[in-house]
Design a binder for this molecule. Structure first.
Ligand SMILES: Cc1cc2nc3c(=O)[nH]c(=O)nc-3n(C[C@H](O)[C@H](O)[C@H](O)COP(=O)(O)OP(=O)(O)OC[C@H]3O[C@@H](n4cnc5c(N)ncnc54)[C@H](O)[C@@H]3O)c2cc1C
Length: 541
């Protein structure tokens, strides 16, 4: 895995993703849909981009752990959002980190952070670099003069499962491990973290915890928060470690201060994580809800499912646009994919009860009654495996479409059931208006990624023909309109994509003044020099 080369300008690995033929087919489909020829522009090469010399010099004791290799600096300039890829394709890298630090252990993390604090150098924790909110960028708005430089601290060498407690079913894991390497180390024990964000291939345990990542299971264990047993965090004020406990009522949660702190309060170096046995029984079905109106009918069905205590592993509602785009149907209908899995027992009874709920809510059930399968190893095959591969390949396809000036991006939120219908109408309406105004045409589709007893997490996908050279400004206008609508209608600016630098204006509207003051106070206590990721979550001033 480590020998594979990451793309410095876009998603994933240079040798990863779908075939050229598949990418060409995707381009041809959009060319027909938008009535214009589409050709993917060449991606940037390292030699095309001139980088400024590093502004600071590390002490000789750290020299071996810091790199100013141009490809490393370019690869750590951006995350992996649509707007990051667009800027990279424009060959614009105005804020590269001066150095990329590659500590081999926690002691080296401490030494690097000490140097940053002494020399007033910005320290940006870096896991997989899959941030979609500018969370790893050394873009320090208005405050460049305050800092001597910026270092991206990449934890890629902290990549091991250090200890497994089989009795309590938990493991002590280093924070820099990426998804596949983590699962490879747990698999021989028959265990899994069972946390699979779409960015699984190149995102890290520490990044998931720091951003409160959401996996692709729809209910019960949705966010990484649910699996954190204890944390070890290096802060400029010292190392914070919490006790391993299955639960605790001792005051505000130790771990919750750092879960979601997005690299602003400290660098997570290790975590004890709750594990699960690898599932071996699976059952799934697709239920259809005809017509445009079927979407709200399906949403009501999901509310009943979510409140029935069944906890399906998948409960993915695709609106007619999403359902057609994903190949789930050719009709004008919404499709609900519902699935169960267990390591312990067949799931037929759960699947059957879920289908009863769907039928009672007006859904059209599959012709053949689904039965749960025993997979033995817990690995996925068949249609589910194919769906998962396609899901993981989508970001590679997005890069190809971006090179052809298409605007392809997503945003996500959550809202309680009582407000869902009017919320959805307002948000999708405002976004569609913005797409039409800015691009002339395009599509906005919706699916649910997660559902809770008290509400869903809707996820919106935008595809529109961009104006070559103007895509970034066009996207920013659409995104601002969508974000304004989300906040005005009472939703959250993010369910799992984090706040970073790009969601700050709306996050600031969402949180209360006392809470904002508390965050600032925590930042001042743990990071008195404000060197950790300034501009993310908290205003460095
Ligand atoms: C194509 C695509 C699909 C995605 N799908 C999902 C999804 O399904 N679910 C989801 O939740 N998100 C998703 N994301 C967003 C992103 O993958 C998550 O935010 C992820 O948790 C980031 O992990 P990372 O290791 O890549 O973190 P990075 O991008 O390296 O960092 C993200 C933030 O966390 C901080 N950070 C990283 N490591 C540490 C650490 N050890 N200690 C302290 N702070 C740290 C960084 O400073 C930064 O602020 C997706 C992104 C892309 C591009």
């Amino acid at each position: 895995m480590s020998a594979r080369k990451r793309k410095f300008w876009g998603w994933g690995y240079e040798d990863g993703g779908p075939s050229e033929a598949e990418c060409a087919a995707a381009l041809a489909g959009f060319a027909e849909r938008f009535g214009r020829p589409l050709e993917a522009a060449p991606p940037p090469r390292v030699g095309e981009i001139a980088l400024p010399a590093p502004r600071v010099r590390p002490p000789s004791s750290l020299a071996e752990r810091l790199s100013d290799d141009p490809e490393e600096r370019l690869g750590h300039t951006y995350g992996k959002a649509y707007r990051d890829v667009v800027r990279a394709l424009r060959r614009e890298f105005p804020h590269p980190p001066d150095w990329v630090a590659l500590p081999r252990d926690e002691a080296e993390v401490v030494a690097i952070l000490d140097w940053c604090a002494d020399a007033r150098v910005v320290a940006i924790p870096y896991g997989g670099g899959s941030s979609v909110m500018g969370g790893t960028e050394a873009r320090i708005d208005d405050l460049d003069g305050h800092y001597a430089g910026a270092v991206s601290i990449d934890l890629r060498h902290l990549d091991r499962v250090l200890e497994i407690d089989r009795t309590s079913r938990a493991a002590r894991i280093q924070a820099g491990v990426l998804g596949p390497a983590l699962e490879d180390q747990l698999r021989p024990e028959g265990l899994t973290l069972r946390h699979f964000p779409q960015s699984f291939e190149v995102s890290s345990l520490g990044g998931w915890i720091a951003t409160r990542s959401g996996g692709h299971y729809a209910t019960l264990y949705t966010h990484i928060d649910d699996f954190v047993e204890s944390l070890r965090v290096v802060t400029p004020a010292g190392i914070s470690e919490s006790r391993r406990l299955p639960g605790s009522g001792a005051g505000p949660s130790h771990d919750r201060l750092f879960i979601g702190s997005e690299g602003t309060l400290g660098i997570i170096t290790e975590a004890w994580m709750r594990l699960q046995d690898r599932p071996s029984y699976r059952g799934s079905a697709a239920v259809r809800f005809p017509g445009e109106a079927g979407f709200f009918q399906a949403a009501e069905c999901i509310r009943r499912l979510a409140q029935a205590g069944l906890f399906p592993s998948n409960c993915r509602l695709l609106d007619p646009g999403e359902a057609r785009a994903s190949g789930a149907t050719r009709e004008l209908e919404s499709v609900l994919l519902v699935a169960f899995e267990s390591a312990d027992h067949p799931v037929d009874a759960w699947t059957a009860r879920a289908l009863e709920v769907c039928r009672d809510a007006g859904g059209l059930l599959p012709d053949a009654a689904p039965t749960s399968r025993e997979g033995g190893t817990g690995e996925r095959g068949g249609a589910a495996g194919a769906w998962r591969d396609a899901f993981l390949n989508l970001p590679y396809v997005r890069d190809v479409l971006t090179r052809a000036s298409l605007i392809v991006d997503t945003f996500e939120t959550a809202i309680t059931w009582d407000r869902f219908e009017s919320f959805h109408d307002q948000v999708i309406g405002a976004t569609r208006d913005a797409v039409k105004r800015v691009c002339g045409q395009g599509a906005v589709a919706c699916r649910f990624t997660h559902v809770y007893p008290d509400g869903p997490a809707p996820y919106y996908t935008i595809t529109a023909p961009g104006r070559p050279g103007g895509e970034l400004e066009q996207w920013d206008e659409i995104k601002a309109a969508a974000s304004d609508a989300v906040i005005a209608a009472g939703g959250t600016i993010t369910h799992h994509h984090a706040v970073g630098r790009d969601h700050r204006p709306w996050y600031d509207q969402q949180i209360s003044a006392p809470f904002a003051a508390t965050l600032r106070a925590a930042k001042a206590a743990l990071d008195p020099g404000a060197i950790l990721n300034p501009g993310v979550l908290v205003d460095p001033r």
